[in-house]
Design a protein around this ligand. Structure first.
Ligand SMILES: NC(=O)c1ccc[n+]([C@@H]2O[C@H](COP(=O)([O-])OP(=O)(O)OC[C@H]3O[C@@H](n4cnc5c(N)ncnc54)[C@H](OP(=O)(O)O)[C@@H]3O)[C@@H](O)[C@H]2O)c1
Length: 370
């Protein structure tokens, strides 16, 4: 890790205008957030503060549209810089959450300048030199600085799924899994949530209301859409393909049989999944609940009451994976269903990325800066 500097030029690109925060210290890494004004970037900044992630400098980067905007982080104000104007040599760690095209163009610039990149897009996830990490599953991948200089953050629906599959595989062995997702509008960022709100208002006003969809076709208002991302020749969508290949890579199970149907639903935030797993051995329900509840940062809702199952509206902004409806199938004692809900902006994106950052700092991975 490059030592922090206190020279005046250290604050020019992201000018700090008020006092030092508790999380900012001279021995901590210099951090850049690319996509700082977006839904994931904002959530990341919030989590950095609430979890006390220490940094010696913080640089907020976005597009030229947001350049000059002032954001408050903790007790300090920072001016957003356009990515074209940012010198990545000023960052030890760069979090990228600004879209795949931005990562494809600017991640190589950042790694060339010596920054370790934690990337939230699809750009590098399947690159063999880039670990794809869910810290609760494969944090050991962070023991060494990756050859590519990039650690990839998986797809938002894959992350909570593999956190459960890891424990199930270790105890019973997985034969196959069938998953249906119920994905929120915030999966497409702030503009996705705005479009859900506007389309819902327009739908209530009647067929003549003035509304044009940018993201969701047909409309997401009062609807569900069984297509996320583009269709592939196989008939599956890219989102469904991501869940298969990313689960295999993270779990180190190249032949894992997971098949999914990914569905967008008119929910603002938090993705849900109905998960069917067939195991190698019979599964005792009580033991299954115990195993799931014993996994890191997982909460099982298992009481016979109205609150016995999690829903997006109830568990929004939570930092754990919520599980409910655990039931062994009546005709096959090796198979069971469960329902999970996880905040896609946190667990599916910003929290996972930050936990990668925390592990990298704790393991001294940044010391091997090229
Ligand atoms: N939302 C999720 O649940 C989720 C989950 C996993 C991964 N991701 C990934 O995270 C990324 C961001 O998603 P989001 O939901 O935060 O989207 P968002 O709310 O639309 O935010 C996009 C961010 O990227 C910046 N940006 C856009 N174009 C840019 C450019 N040409 N150069 C530099 N910065 C640019 C925007 O800056 P301006 O303010 O300047 O426009 C904004 O900060 C996407 O790649 C997405 O696939 C999202």
């Amino acid at each position: 890790m490059t030592p922090a500097t206190t020279a005046p030029e250290a604050t020019t690109a992201t000018e700090a205008t008020t006092a030092t925060t508790a999380t900012s210290t001279a021995s901590a890494p210099r951090v850049a957030i690319v996509g700082a004004t977006g839904a994931v970037g904002s959530t990341l900044l919030e989590l950095m503060e609430s979890r006390g992630f220490r940094y010696s400098e913080l640089h907020l980067v976005a597009s030229a549209r947001s350049a000059g905007r002032v954001l408050t982080v903790g007790e300090r104000e920072y001016t957003v810089v356009a990515v074209e104007d940012f010198d990545f040599g000023r960052a030890d760690v760069a979090f990228f959450s600004a879209g795949t095209a931005v990562s494809e163009k600017w991640v190589p610039v950042a790694t060339e300048a010596g920054a370790l990149v934690i990337d939230n897009t699809i750009a590098f996830r399947m690159d063999p030199d880039t670990p794809l990490v869910v810290p609760q599953v494969n944090a050991h991948e962070l023991d060494r600085r990756p050859a590519s200089g990039v650690v990839a953050n998986p797809n938002c629906s894959t992350i909570p799924l593999v956190r459960l599959l890891r424990g199930i595989e270790d105890r019973w062995g997985i034969r196959n899994a069938v998953v249906s997702t119920y994905q929120a509008a915030s999966g497409l960022g702030y503009s996705g949530v705005e479009e859900l709100q506007e389309s819902s208002r327009a739908a209530l006003q009647g067929p003549d209301a003035d509304f044009e969809a940018n993201h969701f076709r047909p409309t997401l208002a009062f609807n569900v859409i069984p297509k996320i991302d583009r269709f592939l020749d196989s008939g599956f969508t890219l989102e469904e393909e991501k869940m298969l290949r990313e689960s295999r890579k993270i779990l180190g199970m190249p032949h894992l049989d997971v098949t999914t149907t990914c569905v967008r639903v008119p929910v603002a935030n938090c993705h849900s999944e109905a998960v069917y797993v067939e195991c190698q051995e019979p599964v005792d329900r009580a033991e299954l609940v115990e195993v799931l509840a014993g996994l890191p940062e997982v909460r099982v809702h298992d009481r016979e009451s109205a609150t016995a199952f999690p829903t997006p509206a109830v568990v929004d902004s939570s930092d754990v994976v919520h599980v409910g409806r655990v039931r062994v199938t009546q005709n096959n004692p090796r198979a069971f269903w469960l329902w999970l809900v996880a905040d896609n902006l946190r667990i599916g994106a910003a929290l996972n990325a930050l936990q990668i950052g925390e592990e990298i700092v704790a393991r001294g991975t940044l010391e091997a800066r090229p």
